[in-house]
Structure formats: C-alpha cells, structure tokens
Design a protein around this ligand. Sequence first.
Ligand SMILES: *[C@@H]1O[C@H](CO)[C@@H](O)[C@H](O)[C@H]1NC(C)=O
Ligand SMILES: *[C@@H]1O[C@H](CO)[C@@H](O)[C@H](O)[C@H]1NC(C)=O
Ligand SMILES: *[C@@H]1O[C@H](CO)[C@@H](O)[C@H](O)[C@H]1NC(C)=O
Ligand SMILES: *[C@@H]1O[C@H](CO)[C@@H](O)[C@H](O)[C@H]1NC(C)=O
Ligand SMILES: *[C@@H]1O[C@H](CO)[C@@H](O)[C@H](O)[C@H]1NC(C)=O
Ligand SMILES: *[C@@H]1O[C@H](CO)[C@@H](O)[C@H](O)[C@H]1NC(C)=O
Length: 413
Amino acid sequence: MMLTGPVLGTVLQLASASTQLFSPLIPQKVLATFNALPTPVKYPQYTDTTTGKWQYFTPWTWTSGFFPVTGYALNTRKSLCGGTLANGLGVADWLALGRSASTGLIGLDASHGIGHDVGFLSFPFVEELAVNPTNATAIAAINRFATALANRFNAKVGCTRSWDTVDPTDFPVIIDNMMNIEVLFHSAALTGNVTLKNIAISHADTTMLNHIRPDGSTWHVVEYNTTTGNVIKKRTQQGYSDTSTWARGQAWAIYGFANMYRFTGDGNYLATSRRLATYFLRNLPADGIVPWDFNAPLAPAPRPADSSAATVAATALLLLARSESTPAAAKPWSDAAIQILNNITALAWRPSWQSLLANGTVNMPANNSLTGIVYGTNSPFLRVTGRLDAYLGDYYYIKAGNDLISMSLARCT
Ligand SMILES: *[C@@H]1O[C@H](CO)[C@@H](O)[C@H](O)[C@H]1NC(C)=O
Ligand SMILES: *[C@@H]1O[C@H](CO)[C@@H](O)[C@H](O)[C@H]1NC(C)=O
Ligand SMILES: *[C@@H]1O[C@H](CO)[C@@H](O)[C@H](O)[C@H]1NC(C)=O
Ligand SMILES: *[C@@H]1O[C@H](CO)[C@@H](O)[C@H](O)[C@H]1NC(C)=O
Ligand SMILES: *[C@@H]1O[C@H](CO)[C@@H](O)[C@H](O)[C@H]1NC(C)=O
Ligand SMILES: *[C@@H]1O[C@H](CO)[C@@H](O)[C@H](O)[C@H]1NC(C)=O
C-alpha cells in the first residue's frame, strides 16, 4: 500500500498529474468518434479487446449518456484552457457536438426498459442546463427521467428499484444506483416537487444502512422483500464473490455519498463518503492500480485492472476533496486522485486505440460478452478473462482532468 496522507499516515511527495490527461490526442479521438457515430444514432460503450475499436449500442443502453456528455466536458475544457491547435481543443464546437449527440436520448422513457439508468442518461441534459438553464428540451428530459425513477420507488423498502425481477416482491438495489438519484434533485429544483428530493434522501439513507459493511466496503446488490421491507439477500453481480468488494461499485458509492452531501449538506453523507474512500485507498495494491475487485485473486497474474473504476474513483475523490472545508482535509483525497490517475495512465493509455484507455473491465462474471447488453444478466459466476474498455472510463478520465484544472491542481498543458 503506497498511498499516504492524513488518511493513512505520512505526507506524500506528490508527482504532478500525467501529461496525457491533457493530451491533444483526447479531443482528436473524441472528434473522430463524434464523426463516426452511426445513423440512426448508436453510442460507443466499450472497445474490442484486440483492435481497440468501439462497439456501438442503442440509445437505451445504460452507458449511452457518457459519449454525449463528453462533448460537454470538452466544451468545459475549452473554456478553461482555450481552444488552440496545440491543445487540440480548437478543432471543434464541442457544445454543438454534445447537443447534437444528445438528441438520441431525448425520447427515451420506461418503455425502453431503461429502468434506474435514467440517472446516467440524464447527465448530458444536466450539463446542457449548466450552459443554458432555460433549454426546454433538456428540462423536459430531466423531469421525465426523474418521474420514471420516482415511479420505481417503494416506500416499504425505502429505495428506488434497480433491476426488474420476475417475482415482484423481490426488489434488488445495486450500489450503482447511488449515481442515478442526482436527477431527482435536479427535477425537484426545476419543478419544486419536494417528493422527488425526499425519495433521493430515503434511497441514500437506506443504502447507507444496508449496503456498507463495518469496514467501509460495499456489497454490490442488496435484495429487499417488498411485502416485509426486509433485506433478504446481500450478494454480488459483477464482483468476485458475495463477500468481496467490486471496485467500480465502491467508486460509485464514494461519488454518490459525496454528491448527496453536495445536494443536502448533511454531514452523515460526507462522513460516509470518507469512510468508503478510506477503504478504497487502504486496499489498493502497492502498484496503485485499481483492480476489478479488491478481493479477486492475484493469480493468474496480472489480476485484471478496471480503468473505469480508477477514473470514477479519481473523480469521486476530487468531489470529496471539494466537499472538505479545509485545504488540509482536502489534500489527501486530491493527492490520491492524482496518484490513481497517474497509475492508470501508465498502465492503460493506448494511443493506437479508439478509446483513451484500455484495461476496463465491463463485467467479469458475464465474460464481457460482445453480443449484447452485458449488464443485469444472471450469468453463472465465472472468473474468466475479458478486458474491455467502457466509455464511462474515458468520460471520467476527461472529467477528472477538468476537475484538476478548475481546482488549480493541474495546468492545461
Ligand atoms: C437544447 O438541449 C437539447 C438536448 O440537450 C439539444 O439537443 C438542443 O440543441 C438544445 N437547444 C438549443 C437551442 O440549444
Ligand atoms: C411529485 O412527484 C411525485 C413522484 O413523481 C408524484 O407522485 C407527485 O404527483 C408529484 N407532485 C406534484 C405536485 O406534481
Ligand atoms: C416476501 O415475503 C412474502 C411474505 O412473507 C413471501 O410470500 C414472498 O415469497 C417473499 N418474497 C421473496 C422474494 O422472498
Ligand atoms: C492491461 O491490458 C493489457 C492489454 O491491453 C493486458 O496485456 C494487461 O495484462 C492488462 N493489465 C492489467 C493489470 O489489467
Ligand atoms: C503511481 O503514481 C505515483 C504518483 O504519481 C508514482 O509516484 C508511482 O511511480 C506510480 N506507480 C506506477 C507503478 O506507475
Ligand atoms: C465465459 O467464457 C468461458 C470460457 O471461454 C465459457 O466456457 C463460458 O461459457 C462463458 N460464460 C458466459 C456466461 O458467457
């Protein structure tokens, strides 16, 4: 374990952030992907493992918001860094590209089976409102997604439902769902409907109670019984085992609780996010590479990494750093974020691929089947290979770079 700081002891001599985070190759690759979007639109989710070529999925795939929101992220970067030929940002109108790519998501609703993923799908519209708060299309999309998520709330359980089940009394909630409830706050602010905000708070409080182990690690899935409201099972879906900690889930949780603090100011959420982050950092291996599951066996070596878990965690740690009230309290989190980004860059940066990063692990138990939507399948548990890059890894890599610049922790070049 090499990460240090107040969380873990001594003071770290921190290297500066890897230059790849601000490479002109990023806008170059993203623009090429924008220009290659199929008609009717489909979105990149992950790459082929050998050629690094994007695999495209329908708009009602849970990851479909991440590519459009990347246009907004590069628009943000252009406003932070300027658009020049040297930094690569000058080659496109990123806002126009993000807006245009978002149109494939506008008409989605529950009939498309998008379930709790409406939160992920809302991200481009949330960014649109940051640019233009009166865009009626974005407002309507956010409100429609929030209503769809609220319709999945069960008051007896206290959560919004993640996956649909054959037995309606079986009510699974995945830790990822902490990322989706943000849309409820946006819609509550737009409409004044306090119920939406209360649903988000109830979901977070129930998750805080049941998904987190005493050591600050998380279960991926908690199943509730809607008749009794009781927990009936705690298990994994994408992790190594029911008692292990799936790294991307842990990263979603750090972000989700820091985000709850951002929207409510409730210190319990901040304390929870810190606890989850402390587990994450204390359990990183000595090379600083985020494994796909903290408890997955080391052999056969190398134990697969998950670059998306790394970049989500880095972004989450930077949000946690911004939640702290003193620079001294923020520094260990931002130092750790930079270290995680540098270490994943050293491993996974792939100039020859269409994606920015390799070494993403989409769904280990399902073998990362390339033949369809890999999430939510009830595959038998298998510890086999399959390493693919998920677009969300690239998106959070860019977002983390933007956050570092706006937090004055890195320069544009
Ligand atoms: C409003 O937002 C939608 C969805 O994000 C986008 O497609 C559209 O271009 C925006 N309209 C304007 C006038 O900016
Ligand atoms: C507020 O949102 C909830 C959940 O979608 C809905 O049931 C309720 O009717 C809404 N209230 C108003 C006043 O629109
Ligand atoms: C939930 O509890 C009810 C009442 O005890 C029972 O009939 C039902 O089978 C349970 N559902 C699950 C998924 O365990
Ligand atoms: C990273 O991916 C490369 C292939 O792109 C693979 O050879 C290597 O073993 C992976 N390393 C880890 C730690 O996942
Ligand atoms: C991990 O990152 C830290 C901080 O940037 C660096 O000192 C260390 O050499 C990196 N380790 C590897 C294996 O890249
Ligand atoms: C995963 O891959 C193994 C080995 O190639 C194969 O035997 C198994 O059927 C696959 N499982 C799934 C769920 O695709």
